[in-house]
Design a protein around this ligand. Structure first.
Ligand code: 5GP
Length: 191
């Protein structure tokens, strides 16, 4: 039986990982995109089972305690997010190549348990662009702005832990680059 390869997409906050994953969900049906569980509330345009499995804290904790999560993290100090392990392993066994779009914490956990996966870091075209995306219209306090920038500095430094970097200068282009990496049998991208 052929076995697929897992790809993990991570990157700093506000770099646009979610937009790249959304593009792939809508335009590239050949990619098997993992559906995470989360304790955060759905946004108006989100569909349970498509964008996330929306669960309460009790359900999340029982999945975690039962060892059903490949990785999990509290993101932005707010909600819990995790990758259900069973569907990923089943997809791999069917020869599919699953894609996980997760935070840096989660990516590090997957590296510990599945080091053979392909780890992709999505990076901003430059620092100024990340700052622009992070602080938006500048409505936050100076302290909050400084906190976000410090987080971004730390997160950007994680790039070197990854096998390959993709610049998110354009969502469609970055998504296509990611898909072609996933399609290549043994990309020559290892450090
Ligand atoms: P959002 O709430 O905007 O959909 O996602 C917030 C953050 O959670 C994003 O950085 C996304 O990568 C991360 N995330 C989504 N699903 C998972 C998951 O299953 N595990 C981890 N560790 N992070 C996740």
């Amino acid at each position: 039986m052929s076995s697929g390869r897992l790809t993990v997409l991570a990157g700093p906050t506000a770099v646009g990982k979610g937009s790249v994953a959304a593009y792939i969900r809508e335009h590239v049906p050949t990619v098997w995109l993992s559906v995470s569980v989360t304790t955060r509330a759905p946004r108006p345009d989100e569909v349970n089972g498509v964008h996330y499995h929306f669960v309460d804290d009790g359900a999340f904790e029982s999945m975690r305690a039962a060892g059903e999560l490949l990785e999990w993290a509290v993101v932005h100090g707010a909600a819990k997010y995790g990758t259900p392990k069973g569907p990923v392993l089943e997809a791999l066994a069917r020869g599919r190549s699953p894609l996980l779009e997760i935070d840096l914490d989660g990516a590090r956990q997957v590296r510990a348990s599945m080091p053979e996966a392909l780890f992709v870091f999505l990076e901003p075209p430059n620092w100024e662009e990340l700052v622009r995306r992070l602080v938006g219209r500048g409505t936050e306090t100076a302290a909050e702005r400084e906190r976000r920038l410090e987080t971004a500095r730390v997160e950007l430094a994680a790039a070197q832990e990854f096998d390959v970097r993709i610049v998110n200068d354009d969502v469609e282009r970055a998504a296509r680059e990611l898909v072609s990496l996933m399609d290549s049998p043994e990309p020559d991208v290892r450090r």
